[in-house]
Design a protein around this ligand. Structure first.
Ligand SMILES: Nc1nc2c(ncn2[C@@H]2O[C@H](COP(=O)(O)OP(=O)(O)OP(=O)(O)O)[C@@H](O)[C@H]2O)c(=O)[nH]1
Ligand SMILES: [Mg+2]
Length: 321
């Protein structure tokens, strides 16, 4: 980035931190689409991150995550929190962009100056999503959005491992569709700190609740945190206050010094993710331009060397440098 670009970015950051929403939106777009700008922005913003409560909301398509988030945001607003919502849409095929499109349901939130809603499309973004979503959350955190809710579809389609981002993971299931079995298969049972059986107004909700409690007892790993299982009706709404309380309890639990750091509070995990990016976007492209790489590539094609031996040699070469 040239120095005028850097200056523009610093100005944009200053404006966003001052509370200007349009600047914040522009900054987020930049961070999302331009990795170099993102690195520059995070360098500046990082000292001001680490304050937000980051909550991941995941679960099968159509279980009611977005509706639940809207209800939760309304409940949280009663305690005057600044709430940011980031919806990560795996392909837009499930919801058809319902999250922001449903103007009637969301209008009050969209017009609330203490609520910031953003959706990110992952279509075509192979491998890049995790980086972008992480940096967007960091920007929101630095800009004093003290509660950041991230929606991802737990359908195994998104690249984003919500556990790397959120301190508290809420798994939203709905009743009567065999979701609980699917959730178990998809590994959601292991990542949930709070389980919500949504659509409690539909028949079979209690049954699902019991099934999930049973599954957690039978298969759940021995964890010191006892996962909460709750019923909600996001339309009425019902059970939202209890959800807010369960999240708050989990947040106090992880604030304990003896509990392993989670999400973006885990320094080693953040470092590792940054290292992987440096390897992928800086080191590997450089490596591909070296003579040794081209030479080994040719030998692998000729089968005079196998790819593992060749890769080891290249890595050794790098280590020596
Ligand atoms: N009866 C009932 N319907 C609900 C409830 N919560 C959500 N819905 C409905 O379920 C449908 C899906 O809701 P969404 O909030 O879009 O679900 P989602 O999990 O965000 O969906 P994707 O983002 O597409 O995975 C909508 O028609 C909602 O109105 C509930 O508590 N009870
Ligand atoms: Mg949704």
């Amino acid at each position: 980035m040239n120095s005028s670009g850097e200056q523009d970015l610093s100005q944009l950051i200053a404006d966003a931190l001052r509370g200007d929403r349009r600047s914040l939106s522009r900054l987020i777009s930049k961070v999302e689409n331009d990795r170099r700008a993102a690195k520059q922005a995070i360098r500046i913003l990082f000292p001001q991150t680490g304050r937000a409560c980051v909550v991941g909301i995941t679960g099968p398509p159509g279980s009611g995550k977005s509706t639940l988030i809207a209800a939760l945001a309304r409940e949280l607003r009663k305690t005057q929190q600044k709430i940011a919502i980031v919806a990560i849409d795996p392909s837009s095929t499930f919801s058809g962009g319902a999250f922001l499109g449903d103007r009637i349901r969301m209008r009050d939130l969209a017009e609330d100056s203490s609520v910031f809603i953003r959706s990110m499309a992952t279509r075509g973004a192979v491998g890049g999503l995790c980086r972008a979503a992480t940096d967007v959350v960091r920007v929101l955190d630095a800009a004093s959005w003290n509660y950041v809710i991230v929606e991802t579809a737990g359908a195994g389609q998104t690249d984003l491992d919500i556990i790397e981002l959120a301190q508290t993971v809420v798994v939203v299931l709905s009743t009567g569709s065999g979701d609980e079995i699917q959730a178990f298969k998809a590994g959601l049972m292991e990542i949930g700190d709070v389980f919500v059986v949504n659509k409690a107004d539909m028949p079979g909700a209690n049954r699902t609740l019991l099934d999930i409690r049973g599954m957690l007892q039978t298969y759940g790993p021995e964890r010191p945190w006892q996962a909460r299982v709750l019923l909600t009706d996001s339309l009425k709404p019902n059970g939202i206050h209890e959800l807010m309380t369960a999240i708050a309890e989990h947040q106090s639990y992880i604030a304990n010094a003896h509990v392993a750091r989670r999400g973006l509070a885990d320094g080693e995990a953040q470092l590792l993710a940054a290292i992987k990016q440096e390897l992928e976007f800086e080191l590997i492209p450089d490596l591909r331009r070296t003579r040794a790489f081209v030479e080994y590539g040719r030998k692998v094609a000729e089968r005079t060397i196998d790819p593992y031996t060749a890769a080891s040699s290249l890595v050794h070469m790098l280590k020596r440098e």
